[in-house]
Design a protein around this ligand. Structure first.
Ligand code: 26W
Length: 765
């Protein structure tokens, strides 16, 4: 290791790294590391493949170096050669994902590599990742995310493994780029990302004839395919390009999997013995018809091909929001991939034979549309949800007819996150705090954090933990000063809500509560308010106007509060622009209170909730998703739970008993906060965006009930819980004890536990 360090120092001096621009330095460093390290690769035997349209990898370099055990020596070598490793922060995240689903995929690959579970990721190599968010105008504007502008030295192009895919009659080349995924003291896994290219990239005949546009037309058509990640989280885009992306991903992946099957085991007849294809939501579900047609092309009869598929696929559902369930127009699919549509037709016939008594909501093809979740559920041998409540909602409601017929297929696999990236790497002071007390076994075996329990009654440890949190808050203050030009006081309670902007996640509830507290500060009705910084980070889908209106509203609140001398030393509101994995890594370690306030029954699991918990932030949350598991693991006394439960909400809906107008009429303080949406307190630039929010809360629309996500219904219990957290925070030792109780109980929320469950119960690898 010291050998690596001295060789790197020498090489970096020789190359004069300190004078290089960051891109050159980055490429130099990564090449050096890749040439120097040897890590075992998993090859033989049964493999699991993780098919996903999204992999939200974040920064690659620090996590890779950490897992290789060489981060500190590499950084020292760079410093000795006159290169500040902080410069690597300029390199953009690999943000090939939208939110929870894509980040989960990244956590799984890392955890599997760490525990030598043979899991191989397959996705798309988007030229532009999730858009960059600019808030300077007072609302969200989007910019392209050129994530490879400093190069992509971690990846290797594998020209020899390219395959051809047909979409809408045109042949397109799929060229794989392999991104190594280093496990901690483990193996190296792989993420294979397909890039679309033209079969004939340039037409010289057209060029010679002066038809320049035509000469490169094929290239341009092909590169459009993987040009950009669709920025919608939870709202399917019924667009031809999106469907083409799915065809491209699945056709190329299936071909690649079959090639390695044939290389290792001669024939595809035994595919199901050697391969399991895990479908990350419905986006890669076309892999089912693609596999069947690929097997038929190799001479296998349809019935056997379907049977093989039924023993090879497993499906994870990540949302119960009806508007997020993917449905494709059958005629469009027929045009873009007649083979896939043909196979789906035959699968529908098999379904009809198998279940003559089926209900209409089981049909895969229904009213000229293809229902992807039904296709996935019918063909897969395993179907899972991502937290117990979510799985219950799936089996009882969303997929109930399937559960009745094949209950054995269904299981729960509660999500997890990697404690290496989100604690060991992101929070060095807390990592040291833990390791000094219980050793470093937790990095690989996170259940060991329960050994911290004895320190709950150790006052010096609680003081140290409070100091750790303070250090992280100061780091965040510096980052916010640099990036947002805002001053923040590390003595404030840091109350943080970071996640995609969605009505169901209820950032609007948080915003209204801030207005409520602000108004209470102004009129003196809340004299004992604990100084609090309310921090937000959230991107809205570009076309989701109501979500954009909520961002604008929060920015207006921030402007008012931060500019009011009365709030000096008492309240701050910060909306960090361009929230991403890198921001998460500085925000989460600094959290005193973790906002997880989705309406019960809407957030499938949540994973940010777990990241905050392991970094010692109590949850201010609803009885939803994995919040319920957090509550079970650490107890009501260490968290702040509030609001209606999922069953209550269902019963209330069935009785048509929810009446936001009444709440508004009866609760004067609530009304005063809500009225700021229409009384001119805040300026929406004449867009009507704030009035739309007001209307959505009180009137709804013909196609949507008023206050669909029960913002007003949970408001009182929310501000009550938030006030309790504020009051408790004044007792530094008591609050540190809650933080430590959360850390000590977070062992089960490691992605290591989750992937091991998948490996044992579904993948059987
Ligand atoms: C095609 C449109 C679309 C895009 C994304 C539909 C649905 C999605 C995802 C399913 C949304 C998503 O990211 N779901 C999140 O998955 C996480 C990992 O399981 C969970 O923790 C979150 O609760 C869930 O919202």
């Amino acid at each position: 290791m010291d050998d690596l360090k001295s060789r790197l120092t020498a090489a970096a001096r020789e190359a004069d790294l300190s004078r290089m621009d960051t891109a050159d330095a980055y490429n130099f460093i990564v090449r050096f590391v890749k040439d120097s390290v040897r890590t075992p690769v998993q090859t033989e035997g049964r493999r699991a493949y993780y098919l996903s349209s999204e992999f939200l990898m974040g920064r690659l370099t620090e996590a890779n170096l950490f897992n290789l055990g060489i981060r500190d020596s590499v950084y020292e070598a760079l410093r000795e050669a006159g290169f500040d490793p902080e410069r690597l922060l300029e390199i953009p995240d690999a943000a090939l994902g939208n939110g929870g689903l894509g980040r989960l995929a990244a956590c799984f690959l890392e955890a599997a590599a760490t525990h030598r579970i043979p899991l191989f990721g397959y996705g798309l190599r988007y030229r532009y990742g999730l858009f960059k968010q600019d808030l300077a105008a007072g609302y969200q504007r989007e910019e392209a995310d050129d994530w490879t502008k400093y190069g992509d030295p971690w990846s290797d192009r594998r020209e020899s493994d390219a395959v051809e895919v047909t979409i809408g009659g045109e042949r397109i080349r799929a060229v794989p780029y392999d991104m190594p995924v280093y496990g901690y003291e483990g193996a190296v896994g792989n993420l294979r990302l397909w890039q679309a290219e033209a079969v004939r990239p340039f037409d010289f005949a057209a060029f010679d004839a002066g038809r320049y546009a035509e000469a490169s037309a094929a290239s341009e058509r092909a590169s459009r395919l993987t040009a950009v990640l669709y920025p919608n989280d939870n709202t399917p885009e019924g667009k031809q390009l999106r469907l083409s992306q799915q065809i491209f991903l699945t056709a190329a992946t299936v071909e690649d999997v079959l090639r390695s099957q044939e290389r290792a085991h001669e024939s595809c007849a035994s595919l199901a013995e050697y391969a399991v294809l895990q479908l990350n939501d419905t986006h890669p579900v076309l892999a089912i018809p693609m596999l069947i047609t690929a097997l038929e092309r190799r001479g296998m009869p349809f019935a056997e091909a379907l049977e093989t598929a039924r023993r090879t696929f497993a499906y994870t559902n990540h949302t119960v929001m009806t508007e997020a369930l993917e449905v494709w127009d059958a005629a469009l699919l027929q045009r873009l991939s007649p083979e896939a549509m043909g196979a789906i037709g035959k699968i529908q016939q098999a379904l009809e034979r198998e279940y003559p008594d089926r209900t209409a909501d089981m049909n895969i093809i229904d009213g000229g549309r293809v229902h992807m979740a039904r296709l996935a559920t019918y063909v897969s041998f395993a179907v899972n949800g991502v937290a117990p409540l979510h799985t219950e909602i799936l089996t009882r409601r969303v997929l109930a007819p399937w559960y009745e017929r094949t209950p054995g297929k269904f299981s729960n696999k509660t999500n997890g996150v990697t404690q290496r990236r989100f604690l060991a790497v992101a929070n060095p002071p807390l990592a040291s705090f833990i390791t000094e007390r219980i050793g470093d076994g937790w990095v690989k075996n996170f259940s060991e954090v329960e050994k911290l329990r004895p320190y709950l009654s150790d006052a010096p440890s609680l003081r140290d933990l409070a100091a750790v949190k303070r250090e992280n808050k100061q780091r965040l203050c510096r980052r916010i000063a640099e990036r947002c030009g805002e001053k923040l006081d590390a003595d404030f309670l840091f109350d943080i809500q970071v996640k995609r902007l969605h009505e169901y996640k209820r950032q609007l509830l948080n915003a209204l509560s801030i207005v409520y507290f602000y108004q209470g500060l102004r009129d003196g009705s809340i004299p004992d308010f604990t100084p609090t910084a309310f921090l937000f980070g959230a991107k809205s889908a570009p076309g989701y106007h109501r979500a954009k209106g909520i961002i604008r509203y929060i920015l207006e609140i921030a402007k008012r509060v931060n500019g009011d001398p009365l709030c000096e030393g008492r309240m701050r509101v910060i909306f960090v622009p361009d929230y991403n994995v890198s921001w998460a890594e500085v925000l989460i370690p600094a959290g005193d209170l973790s906002e997880q306030i989705s309406m019960a029954g809407t957030e499938a699991s949540g994973t940010g909730n777990m990241k905050f918990m392991m970094n010692g932030a109590p949850t201010l949350g609803t009885y939803d998703g994995a919040n319920l598991e957090i509550l079970r693991a650490v107890g009501e006394e260490n968290n702040y739970f509030f609001g209606a439960r999922a069953e209550e909400i269902i019963a209330e809906r069935e009785a048509n008993a929810y009446d936001p107008r009444r709440l508004y009429a009866e609760d004067g303080a609530l009304r005063r906060a809500v009225d700021t949406l229409i009384d001119g307190t805040f300026d929406d630039g004449g867009t009507g965006a704030f009035r739309d929010l007001y209307t959505s809360l009180l009137d709804g629309a013909p196609w949507h009930r008023a206050d669909h996500y029960r913002v007003l219904g949970d408001f009182r219990s929310y501000v009550e819980a938030k006030s309790r957290a504020g009051a408790d925070y004044r007792d530094t030792e008591g609050y540190a004890r809650r933080a430590l109780a959360n850390i000590a109980a977070s062992g089960e929320f490691s992605a290591d536990r989750t992937v091991k469950e998948y490996a044992k119960e579904i993948w059987r690898v």
